[in-house]
Design a protein around this ligand. Structure first.
Ligand code: RFL
Ligand code: PHB
Length: 394
């Protein structure tokens, strides 16, 4: 088999890249380890920045998002038992975010790919990348007991944190920066109306909680839990009881409980790999970086990497220019480090760190008090939360 771009991974990064390249008449094959249903079953992100909405529109898959997604112009910060609204729209001169699940984004991209008759190889085993330092890179995989090979011009490593592309790069060619937090997020999805029409980020002495949503009838809640906790030991009732204890009296009153559709524990990590280009192979999305989910930045960063990568590849074929390709890594990393900083800061502000003792809690509360009562403080949070423009710093 031969293609122009071999994309490893059919998560949002790989699928969006495939779609943007297709729009520009560039041929790509996607190779994915899991089945399509498995990819759709992973409940992850829920908040899209304006730049991500624009990219989904550019890829021609924005219709359902605009029809069904929920535009949010603010969110609440809860601490010391009281809620304070961050007015994103006012503080950023009219910007909003969109609440629309990653599952739905993935679904829309998969449907578009199928409608265009493009090739995705699901359930590919033993995927490996070869000769990416040469002009003739190759991807090999096994399917139904047979070995297949794809010859290509470029390899796009969109294969997430545990993928094969970054792992194939020799240690001396890559620098990895990592921080692992001493807790995780226990997430629960349920068909109950959200406790509030906007998101609530809660700092409490019992630990962080987040009240999010997928629609007017579907809620997504998260609790900070020790990484030693096992999801099977958290009954639905225990989840709801603990959530209630971390909320303010009004929210507690409003909370509607019901059976969990999904429950899982995700670790929290800050991670960046530098650089993101190795010859003819590029890393994009979670393959190159991870942020703790507090700032809702992971999927949005993945989308902007993909925008820069698709532009670079399109420039290569259409304008015979290598400028975008040469600039790819530096362009992505500047934006990534800004999002890493915000996600780390917001995580540090909102979670309970027992090792910091009672003074740690008091200092967080003082900082939160400053943020919600100072236009400058609130503006700084708002500006980072709605995200940077695509051409930031250029
Ligand atoms: P993905 O989604 O991990 O997809 C990678 C794909 O590659 C496949 N793969 C392979 N395929 C072939 N060969 C191999 N050897 C392979 N190894 C792996 C995998 O099966 C998979 O299908 O990475 P991608 O596409 O870069 O997308 C990144 C996003 O998924 C991620 O950043 C977000 O989900 C992060 N995130 C959030 N981001 C936001 O922008 N806003 C949010 O509100 C938000 N909330 C979250 C989140 C992530 C969470 N978890 C569980 C980590 C909330 C949570 C709880
Ligand atoms: C979600 O709805 O899954 C979600 C929302 C906001 C975050 C993280 C996750 O910061």
């Amino acid at each position: 088999m031969r293609t122009q771009v071999a994309i490893i991974g059919a998560g949002p990064s790989g699928l969006l890249l495939g779609q943007l390249l297709h729009k520009a008449g560039i041929d790509a094959i996607i190779v994915e380890r899991q089945s399509g249903d498995y990819v759709l079953g992973r409940i992850r992100a829920g908040v899209l920045e304006q730049v991500t909405m624009d990219l989904l529109d550019e890829a021609g898959v924005g219709q359902r998002m605009h029809a069904e997604g929920l535009v949010h112009g603010g969110f609440d910060m809860l601490f010391k038992g009281e809620r304070h609204r961050i007015d994103l729209n006012r503080l950023t001169g009219g910007k909003n975010v969109m609440v629309y699940g990653q599952t739905e984004v993935t679904h829309d991209l998969m449907d578009a790919r199928q409608a265009a008759g493009l090739t995705t190889i699901y359930e590919a085993n033993q995927v490996s990348v070869h000769d990416y330092d040469s002009a003739k890179p190759r991807v090999r995989y096994e399917k139904n007991g047979q070995t297949h090979e794809i010859e290509c011009d470029f390899i796009a490593g969109c294969d997430g944190f545990h993928g094969v592309c970054r792992a194939s790069v020799p240690k001396r060619a890559i620098t990895e920066f990592e921080k692992i937090y001493p807790f995780g997020w226990l997430g629960m999805l349920s068909d109950t109306p959200p406790v509030h029409h906007e998101l609530i980020y809660a700092n409490s002495t019992r630990g962080f909680a987040l009240c999010s949503q997928r629609s007017h009838t579907r809620s997504r809640y998260y609790l900070q839990v020790p990484m030693t906790d096992k999801v099977e030991n958290w009954s639905d009732a225990a989840f709801w009881d603990e959530l209630r204890l971390r909320l303010d009296p009004a929210a507690r009153e409003q909370l509607v409980t019901g059976p969990a559709l999904e429950k899982s524990i995700a670790p929290l990590r800050s991670f960046v790999a530098e650089p993101m280009r190795f010859g003819q192979m590029f890393l994009a999305g979670d393959a190159a970086h991870i942020v703790p989910p507090t700032g809702a930045k992971g999927l949005n960063l993945a989308a902007t990497d993909v925008k820069y990568l698709s532009s670079a590849i399109i420039e290569h074929y259409q304008d015979k220019s290598e400028a975008g390709i040469n600039h790819y890594s530096a362009r992505c990393l500047r934006r990534i480090w800004r999002a890493e900083r915000f996600s780390w800061w917001f995580t540090s502000l909102m979670h309970n760190f027992p090792e910091n003792g009672p003074i740690g809690q008091k200092l967080q509360e003082a900082e939160l008090d400053y943020i919600v009562n100072s236009d400058v403080g609130a503006r700084s949070v708002a500006e980072n939360y709605v995200g940077l423009p695509l051409n930031f710093g250029e």
